[in-house]
Design a protein around this ligand. Structure first.
Ligand code: NOJ
Length: 565
């Protein structure tokens, strides 16, 4: 019996056409500085990624999303971009980038790059020019400079907070202040300035011309701002509805920017794609995912859910409906470079809760603060649940975004000293928030050797000894390893991802979810601890092997279409 039947609108395309690749892609996120280090300087690089092209080809992914690899002072892990149209010399050259695109394309993998339009680095030539040019200059108009308040202007223009903690304004030598919604080194660009708009179009064309297939748009909801004087206070901003007219976030007029970008994307064959990182009210996500806007938007609901059937059911149902409303496909994310890895989150004894009792995006912070106390986590439980959740996700209609290392079942690293931390959230919160370094530690490729095979030298963030247990080389020959399960599921997933819908099948248990895709593929996840009796024994892939016809607790199994049923 079906309890919910969610039917997405089929496509942006005409009936009968092959749907565009991005609608149901498995996209693998690479954080380049922590993936593979070819020159042994402790920092991952583009030649390092090229050296792993066969590994990526063997994973069965459809696309790679590269977090920023541009020149950067690394005040925010590369999200402080000093030049949008170049490669950080520590990571390689533009020629290396072209080789990477070729290496991935030749293995059938598309390439998505990160665009960071809300802010540049303070090292960007424009910002340096703005500092030198002084108040009232054309150069300052590319950013958001204002006079301070108080008799001598020594107080910031407003009391606004930055997302990373601390004030959102910084004073420059001549006394003016500039807005930075993130780190001090990330001045916000002025999207009312046509020159800023034109420059990003140039950047999108630059990478599209180099063969890039799509773009991930950083903080897509914050570009346009209404800075009409008098500027409101932080309390007033917080109290304002987020209805498209809020002065700072999720403004309707940001879609004018994306409508222009859409024309650029569609001027290529095939059209370039984009996915929005937009932390907005659920009902407004379809505006970003709309075919006339960016075309797809991240949905972060699964990474803010417990490993619990009721939460997964409501997240999936709600997001398939939203995707249908936008004409786009849904996206699913369990881990990325901004959150504690899902293997760790699911193993925590005391996950942090928000006011509604849900895990927060800072889920895991308390455990990190404890230095990764073993009493606070059951790593095996976390890993088992993580693999079950991943298989549940990979079977869903829409695109799954995977984060490097999750295929190894990798856990968050808590053992990072204050002196080794890099994340600006750690510094700006004065150590209150330990930040995101723990999910950005360079990957273990080998069970031993320098930096566990990350490169010939060191590692820019410390790898703990237990990384050896998760190394790729130790998993590749083992059919029961996390890596093997990911590979098998990603391979099967291509057959499974046809029509974008699912039907929930009643299981008689509140802690077991079962769904069927229109082509007959079925996914069953037991979120509980009691085995669930299965009515089939022809599983194609599982996170824990069914025993005596029953799916063990905290595990997922996939069944292929069975025409006799
Ligand atoms: C979102 C990115 O995912 C995050 O890593 C970054 O710090 C902020 N945007 C600011 O660019």
């Amino acid at each position: 019996m079906s309890i919910v039947d969610v039917q997405n609108t089929p496509d942006h395309t005409e009936a009968g056409e092959v749907p565009p690749w991005w609608r149901q892609a498995a996209v693998y996120q690479i954080y380049p500085r922590s993936f593979a280090d070819a020159n042994g300087d402790g920092l991952g690089d583009i030649p390092g990624i090229i050296s792993k092209a066969d590994y990526l080809g063997g994973l069965g992914i459809d696309a790679v999303w590269l977090s920023p690899f541009y020149p950067s002072a690394l005040a925010d892990g590369g999200y402080d971009v000093a030049d949008y149209r170049d490669v950080d010399p520590r990571l390689g050259t533009l020629a290396d980038f072209d080789d990477l695109v070729d290496a991935l394309h030749s293995r059938g993998i598309r390439v998505v790059v990160d665009i960071v339009p809300n802010h540049s680095s303070d090292q960007h030539a424009w910002f340096q020019e703005a500092l030198a040019a002084g108040r009232g200059s054309v150069a300052r108009e590319r950013y958001i400079f204002r006079e301070g308040t108080g008799p001598d202007g020594s107080q910031p223009p407003t009391d606004w907070d930055s997302t990373f903690g601390g004030p959102a304004w910084e004073r420059v030598e001549d006394g003016q202040w500039y807005l930075h919604n993130f780190a001090i080194e990330q001045p916000d660009l002025n999207w009312s300035n046509p020159e800023v708009r034109a420059d990003f179009v140039t950047t999108l064309r630059f990478w599209s011309d180099r063969g890039v297939d799509g773009f991930r748009i950083d903080v897509a909801h914050m570009l346009t701002k209404d800075l009409t004087e008098p500027l409101p206070s932080q309390a007033a901003l917080d109290a304002m509805p987020r209805d498209g007219q809020h002065p700072m976030v999720d403004r309707d007029d940001v879609h004018e920017v994306y409508a222009e970008w859409r024309k650029v994307f569609n001027s290529y064959d095939p059209p370039r794609t984009a996915v929005a990182e937009a932390w907005v009210d659920k009902g407004r996500v379809p505006l970003y995912a709309h075919p006339e806007s960016l075309g797809q938007a991240f949905n972060f609901d699964l990474l803010q859910a417990d490993f619990a059937a009721d939460q997964f059911l409501s997240v999936v149902t709600a997001n398939l409906e939203l995707a249908a409303a936008s004409g786009s496909s849904s996206t699913w994310v369990l881990s990325n470079h901004d959150v504690v890895r899902h293997a760790t989150r699911y193993g925590l004894a005391h996950p942090e809760r928000d006011a509604e009792g849900r895990p927060t995006v800072k889920h895991g912070l308390e455990w990190l603060r404890s230095g990764g106390a073993s009493s606070g986590i059951d790593r095996e439980v976390g890993a088992r649940r993580a693999l079950a959740a991943t298989l549940f996700m990979l079977g869903l209609p829409g695109s799954s975004y995977l984060y490097q290392g999750e295929e190894l079942g990798l856990h968050e690293v808590a053992e990072i000293s204050d002196a080794e931390r890099q994340d600006p959230t750690f510094f700006r919160s004065e150590g209150e928030d330990l930040g995101r370094d723990g999910c950005r530690v360079p990957l273990p490729w080998h069970t031993d050797g320098p930096a566990f095979g990350f490169g010939g030298g060191g590692s820019h963030l410390p790898q703990p000894p237990w990384f050896a247990d998760y190394a790729m080389s130790g998993q590749q020959g083992d059919p029961a390893s996390s890596l093997s399960v990911y590979r098998r599921a990603l391979e099967l997933r291509r057959a499974l991802q046809t029509e974008e819908s699912l039907e929930w099948i009643a299981t008689g248990r509140a802690d077991v979810l079962r769904y069927r895709r229109p082509n007959g593929w079925e996914v069953v996840t037991n979120f509980g601890s009691t085995p669930f009796a299965l009515d089939r024994d022809d599983s194609q892939v599982f996170s824990a092997e069914p025993l005596e016809g029953a799916l063990p607790g905290e595990s997922t199994v996939w069944f292929a279409p069975d025409d006799d049923r």
